[in-house]
Design a protein around this ligand. Structure first.
Ligand code: ZN
Length: 60
């Protein structure tokens, strides 16, 4: 009985990679600066624009 060889290796399941920008959190914190001297007044958390908050790298 001859062993059948698979014609093609099954395609690897592509798991969504962790977004490098927000490290998978979906949010990024940015320093808020005001004034001519760009004084830092704190940090603001916003949605990660790289993954739009999903925390996963877009593969499209
Ligand atoms: Zn992200």
């Amino acid at each position: 009985m001859a062993a059948k060889k698979a014609r093609k290796a099954p395609a690897p399941v592509l798991e969504p990679a962790e977004c490098l920008t927000c490290k998978g959190t979906g949010e990024v914190s940015r320093t808020v600066r005001v004034g001519r001297k760009q004084r830092s007044v704190g940090r603001q958390t916003g949605i990660c624009l790289a993954c739009l908050g999903s925390g996963e790298t877009a593969t499209d």
